[in-house]
Each structure stands twice: as structure tokens, then as C-alpha cells.
Design a protein around this ligand. Structure first.
Ligand code: IPE
Ligand code: IPE
Ligand code: MG
Length: 256
């Protein structure tokens, strides 16, 4: 964990960092980045100003998670249901995404982060798709944190895609053994990635909004009223600290 050198001595972050057990940092953190629109509304700004402001949080959280030694960070950036929004807002989100990748790719590379997008990305506009492919390609040899961005993603759509691919492959191989949970996991978009240990949702909504339905079976859920554009390293440390105080029982009885 090399975050210690990056927080100001004596600051609130430094205090939180001291309380965190470096050996029990969640391996996979998934975040529903919510509240950009409300953040902007409170400031009498257009919703897109909230999305723009949210980019700073993305940058801060990626860097903090990588320095904390998190193995996988999954960010929910755009759901299939988000197409119901006004075209202008959707277009701005896509433009911001492209700008973000273009601007941050070097930084991502420098931090040894591997980028990957999950979702029906082939349905996105060509220029967006190309940018995602480029970032994936350029970082595929990196060995540090995996940054998984969920785009044009929905949990149910993932299951539909998973089952279709699975049945097709099983049929081609003349496979007759029954399907089990491991087989299904192998066909998910998140194949090979451990399930999230910690699921964070910002801005207080008590719902999953079609995110990682299969994978969050036993994730610890942390919901904060903080809007995404205000969510920074300190808030991430608070979430991890609370996570470390939870007792993950997986249906068994409490450890003595
Ligand atoms: C999250 O913020 C960003 C996306 C869903 C793309 P919202 O845009 O949902 O903001 P609120 O929830 O309306 O405040
Ligand atoms: C979930 O947020 C999707 C993303 C963060 C990308 P929404 O704002 O779309 O969720 P609902 O509509 O409040 O459930
Ligand atoms: Mg929202």
C-alpha cells in the first residue's frame, strides 16, 4: 500500500489510512457513480456540469484505489437504461468519456493499470468504441489494477449475453455435463475476475439499478449520501474502513 506517501501528514485522510488494515483491503471494489445531476441541480447548473465535475472524482478514485492495492475497480458509467435520457445528455456523456480516455490514457499506463470495458460496447458509436479498444489494447500488458468500466451495461443484459454465448459454445462442443455456477461465471463479462467484495453507491439511492446482478451475491454494500462529484479519496477510505468492520458470514454462523 503506497498511498501513505500521497496523503498529507496530520490530515483526516492520514488518520483514516492509519486505521485501515493494509492486508484486508477489498480486492474488488465496484461503484455505482450516482448523483451528478443532483450535484449540478443544487448549484443551479445544467446536469452535464455534474457529469463534467464527476470526472475529477473518477481520476481521484482510480489513483487512490490503485495505490491502496485494490486488484479490480469496476465503475458503472452508463447503463442500458440511461438511453432513456435526453439525447443531449447522452451525447455529452459519450463525448466526456472519449475526452477522458484521450486525456488520461497516459496516466493510466504510467500507473500500470489495465483498462477494460464491460457491456454491449459494440453497440456504442464507432468513435467511442474505437477509443475503448485503443485503451484496452494499449494497457493489455499492464500488471497492476484492472479498471473495469461498465458501459451500455445492464446486469440482466449481461446474463442474456452470458447464456446465449454459453449455450452456443456448449452446443458446438457437444457438451452434455450440467451447467453449474462456475460455468456461468466463466461466460460472464467479468470472467476470471473475482466477485466484488465491496459495492459502493453514492448519492443515497437504496437500489442496485441493474448492476452486476450475478456478481454481487455476497458483496458488502455501502451507500453514502455524498454525490459522486464530491466523492474523493477520503470517502473511499471511509467506505473501506466500514467494510473492514463488517462480518462476512456467507450464510455461516459468526466466527468466535
Ligand atoms: C450518475 O449521475 C451518472 C450516470 C448515471 C451516467 P446521474 O446523472 O444519475 O445523477 P442523478 O442521479 O440524476 O443526480
Ligand atoms: C445507475 O444510476 C447507473 C449509473 C450510475 C451509470 P441511475 O441514475 O441511472 O439509476 P436510477 O435511474 O436512479 O435507478
Ligand atoms: Mg442517478
Amino acid at each position: 500500500m503506497d498511498l501513505a506517501g500521497f496523503v498529507e501528514p496530520g490530515s483526516q485522510e492520514a488518520g483514516l489510512l492509519k486505521l485501515i488494515d493494509a492486508n484486508r483491503v477489498p480486492k474488488h471494489i465496484a461503484i455505482i457513480m450516482d448523483g451528478n445531476g443532483r450535484w449540478a441541480g443544487m448549484r443551479k447548473l445544467p446536469r452535464v456540469a455534474g457529469h463534467r465535475a464527476g470526472i475529477e472524482s473518477v481520476r481521484d478514485i482510480i489513483e487512490s484505489a490503485a495505490r491502496l492495492g485494490v486488484d479490480v475497480l469496476t465503475l458503472y458509467a452508463f447503463s442500458i437504461e440511461n438511453w432513456k435520457r435526453p439525447k443531449r445528455e447522452v451525447n455529452t456523456l459519450m463525448t466526456l468519456l472519449k475526452e477522458y480516455i484521450q486525456r488520461e490514457l497516459n496516466n493510466v499506463k504510467k500507473n500500470n493499470i489495465r483498462f477494460q470495458a464491460i457491456g454491449r460496447i459494440q453497440e456504442l458509436e464507432k468513435s467511442v468504441y474505437r477509443e475503448l479498444q485503443h485503451a484496452t489494447d494499449e494497457t493489455k500488458e499492464n500488471t497492476g489494477m484492472l479498471l473495469n468500466v461498465a458501459l451500455n451495461y445492464s446486469g440482466r443484459a449481461e446474463l442474456v449475453d452470458t447464456f446465449n454465448r454459453m449455450f452456443l459454445e456448449l452446443k458446438q462442443n457437444g457438451h452434455r455435463t450440467p451447467i453449474d455456477e462456475d460455468v456461468i461465471s466463466r461466460f460472464l463479462y467479468t470472467s476470471g475476475i473475482p466477485d466484488p467484495d465491496l459495492l459502493i453507491r453514492t448519492s443515497g439511492e437504496m437500489r442496485i439499478s441493474n448492476f452486476l446482478l450475478w456478481q454481487i451475491a455476497y458483496s458488502e454494500i455501502y451507500i453514502t449520501s455524498t454525490f459522486w462529484p464530491d466523492f474523493r479519496r477520503r470517502h473511499l477510505l471511509e467506505a473501506i474502513l466500514e467494510y473492514q468492520q463488517r462480518d462476512r458470514r456467507y450464510g455461516a454462523i459468526k466466527k468466535q
